[in-house]
Design a protein around this ligand. Structure first.
Ligand code: SF4
Length: 373
């Protein structure tokens, strides 16, 4: 099932740890949104007639757009592509943008799912992250979203914060579960280059928990959420049945998607394309017809490696037959090694990570990588 992604490259503030593409100045918003509509019109044929089963507004902070601006993009998508009537339509939102009126306007547009960037319920943490919202706004937003009658909703939380204890992480999960969250993404804080966090860590002004502590928090999250009936269907994603994210699952299962907007990525099964992560150059590229993207055609080995990297992170694993004879021959002893360690298991013709293996997902996947051709 195809997916359609819109990257909204604006945020209220720059969060300490964030390396996504965004601008805190809204000066270019009008031209960027117009260019996104133009890009959609020019590239819709890349979906080759496939009806999108999901539309995802990510960023950046899509919730800072007015409902009219969001609706303009969605209307164009529906006019150009045969967006399925049951499509999952998600908006990422910051808690400080959520009001009852805005949720009603989104429901009117056909938005089915809201993804709340909560990150932490503790005031001092939000300040350290330089988030634009406070803890009271989080709780208010959750209460409004939970009773808005959406098909689903989700929140992001971060663990592995400086000085975070298991007790603090447990408290965060308890608050989320108390609100009846049907889906939750739990991310370990990572230090990305060119972020304020990177500088703090390099200067030793910030010390992160060690790998063992992060692993303890990861495992505690899995256990806590499982007890509450949330299935870990991807390493960082937990949902009740019927609430798994359709759009993100299409990324992890290798389905095609079309990404519109600055820095957006697209994939059609063999070719990966990424737009320039610069708002002015994106607008100029569309205005002048000069390429605003780069692309690569994946080799057979790269396609296998991508399937491993994303597929092994899910509860469905990877279909062995789809990896090919050469892969199986080359990796027979490595697979046997991980089966013996009980970090991989083989079931119904698929290769899956065990609960133990989920701690080492990226290392196991890269050990099985095919060499470049
Ligand atoms: S709101 Fe999201 S995209 Fe924007 S700076 Fe913060 S983490 Fe990054």
């Amino acid at each position: 099932m195809a997916g359609l992604y819109f990257h909204i490259p604006y945020c209220h503030r720059a969060c300490t740890y964030c390396d996504f593409h965004f601008s805190t100045s809204l000066r270019t918003k009008g031209p960027v949104l117009a260019a996104m509509q133009q890009e959609l019109r020019m590239r819709i044929t890349e979906l080759e007639g496939a009806a999108p089963g999901s539309v995802y507004f990510g960023g950046g902070t899509p919730s800072l757009l007015s409902p009219e601006e969001l609706g303009g993009l969605l209307h164009e998508a529906r006019a150009l592509a045969n967006v399925r009537s049951d499509a999952e339509i998600t908006v990422e939102a910051n808690p400080d943008d959520i009001t009852a009126e805005r949720l009603a306007a989104w429901a009117e547009l056909g938005i089915t799912r809201v993804s709340l960037g909560i990150q932490s319920f503790r005031e001092e943490r939000l300040q350290w992250m330089n988030r634009s919202h406070n803890a009271a706004q989080s709780r208010r937003a959750i209460a409004l979203v939970a009773r808005a009658g959406l098909r689903s909703w989700t929140m992001d939380l971060i663990y592995g914060l400086p000085g975070m204890t298991l007790a603090e992480w447990d408290e965060q999960l308890s608050i989320a579960l108390h609100h009846g969250v049907p889906h939750l993404s739990a991310y370990c804080l990572t230090v990305e280059p060119r972020t304020a966090l990177h500088k703090q860590v390099a200067d030793r002004r910030t010390l992160l928990p060690d790998d063992d502590e992060q692993a303890r928090q990861f495992e505690h999250g899995i256990a806590r959420l499982a007890d509450a009936g949330l299935v870990q269907y991807e390493i960082s994603n937990f949902g009740r049945h019927g609430h798994f994210a359709v759009h993100n699952t299409s990324y992890w299962t290798g389905a095609p998607y079309l990404g519109i907007g600055p820095s957006a990525h697209s994939f059609n099964g063999t070719r990966r394309r990424w737009n320039v992560a610069n708002n002015a150059r994106y607008v100029a590229g569309l205005a002048q017809g000069t390429p605003w993207w780069e692309e690569e055609v994946l080799t057979a080995a790269q396609r296998i490696n991508e399937r491993l990297l994303t597929g092994l992170r899910t509860m469905w694993g990877v279909e062995l037959a789809g990896l090919g004879e050469t892969f199986l021959r080359r990796n027979a002893s490595a697979i046997a090694h991980y089966l013996a360690l009980e970090e991989l298991e083989q079931r119904d013709g698929r290769l899956l990570l065990t609960q133990k293996g989920r701690n080492f997902a990226d290392r196991i996947a890269s050990d099985l990588f095919m060499p470049p051709q």
